[in-house]
Write a protein that binds this ligand. Structure first.
Ligand code: ADE
Ligand code: ZN
Length: 356
């Protein structure tokens, strides 16, 4: 999105160690469950259920695709391979263990119930919550759930989904989201679904300004009245929106990596750097660690190097995910106290050698 480079050129500062950035406690709020399924797991589930995966999922330990629409096709096919509550349990458990291994202590997991028509909402949630409980017992990682609307399926289907969510109230389900192809459904179509969710006390987030323009983001703010924006890079091209959201400090859940041939990895890094420099309230996320980029620890390690972070920067980002998250205040306060103690404990290790 940006014309001017926003990244630090050659730095004279000593680099934070990768080991320190991996250990840093992290709270991630933008991560899609179906984008966490490693190819080997997807192949196993697909074979079991007789699902044919696209060629880009047939071998290797990364999916292969050229552009975002092709990546979404893989995402949808992987979703089709998750057909039982047990599949959801396994995938949720595996994804949270992988996050926890990189220092993630809290993750908000978005998933798309509409991409799994074989299962009821209650069945999917049974599997997800079983996997989340197990991962918590194994590693201490906490999680909450965002029910994401697939914008390609339109406003009526979204309203129906929110009604299903409200018919099965669960403490762990904290928000409604909106994702999939931004060019295939404007936020204005989803006002009724968002109104219903807000009235029921759910938090609201939406993908906008990732592939679409800033008018999508303005609709999310004015019509959907979101509490957070997922991605939001298009704000850089709209000075009014930029100053509005700097003033409001609404959180942006930015994603550091886009890793497929037609993505502009450098462009994304520059956008995130510029958003931070403009004073937006940002946190760093992986998005789809098995599909689009690596796990959140790799995001921190790469961002730390490219943005020339010092310890204060690293600590600010570690806490920024907690500030943006939708867990209840008691949980957030407890996690903030745990993070603060851990950050202090880690501080002497910030510039430790990575060659040991
Ligand atoms: N679904 C999974 N990943 C997504 C992304 N990056 N943007 C929109 N929808 C998605
Ligand atoms: Zn996303």
């Amino acid at each position: 999105m940006s014309a001017e480079p926003g990244l630090t050129e050659a730095s004279t500062r000593q680099r934070l160690s990768a080991e320190y950035l991996r250990a840093l406690p992290k709270a991630e709020v933008h991560c899609h469950l179906e984008g966490c399924v490693p190819p080997a797991t997807a192949r196993r589930l697909a074979e079991r259920h007789g699902v044919t995966l696209p060629a880009g999922a047939h071998d290797g330990d990364r999916y292969r695709f050229l552009d975002f629409p092709e990546g979404l096709q893989i995402y949808v096919a992987v979703s089709s391979s998750m057909q039982t509550p047990e599949d959801f349990r396994v995938v949720t458990h595996e994804s949270l263990l992988s996050a926890a291994a990189g220092g993630c202590r809290y993750r908000e997991i978005a998933f798309n119930p509409q991409n799994h028509p074989e299962l009821t909402y209650a069945e999917m949630m049974d599997g997800i919550l079983a996997g989340a409980r197990e991962a918590h017992a194994d590693t201490g990682i906490e999680s909450r759930i965002i029910v994401a609307i697939n914008r390609e399926l339109g406003g009526e289907a979204a309203l129906d989904l929110v009604r299903q969510v409200l018919a099965h109230p669960l403490d762990e389900v904290v928000a409604i989201g909106l994702d999939s192809n931004e060019l295939a459904g404007r936020p204005s179509e989803f006002v009724a679904a968002y109104d219903l969710a807000r009235e029921a006390g759910l938090k609201l987030t939406a993908h906008a300004g990732e592939h679409g323009d800033s008018t999508e983001m303005v609709e999310c703010l004015d019509l959907l009245r979101v509490d957070r924006i997922d991605h939001g890079y298009a704000a850089l091209l709209d000075p009014e929106l930029l100053s509005r959201t700097v003033a409001s400090q609404i959180p942006y859940s930015a994603c550091w990596f886009v890793d497929y041939p037609e993505a502009e990895v450098e462009g994304r890094r520059r956008d995130v750097a510029e958003m931070a420099a403009a004073g937006l309230n940002m946190c760093l996320n992986s998005d789809d660690p098995a599909l689009i980029g690596p796990e959140v620890d790799a995001c921190y390690i790469d961002a730390g190097a490219h943005l020339d972070w010092d310890v204060k920067d690293a600590e600010k980002y570690a806490l920024s995910g907690l500030d943006a998250c939708f867990a209840d205040a008691v949980t957030v306060d407890r996690l903030r106290a745990e993070f603060t103690a851990e950050l202090e404990r880690l501080r002497p290790l910030a510039y430790g050698s990575d060659d040991k």
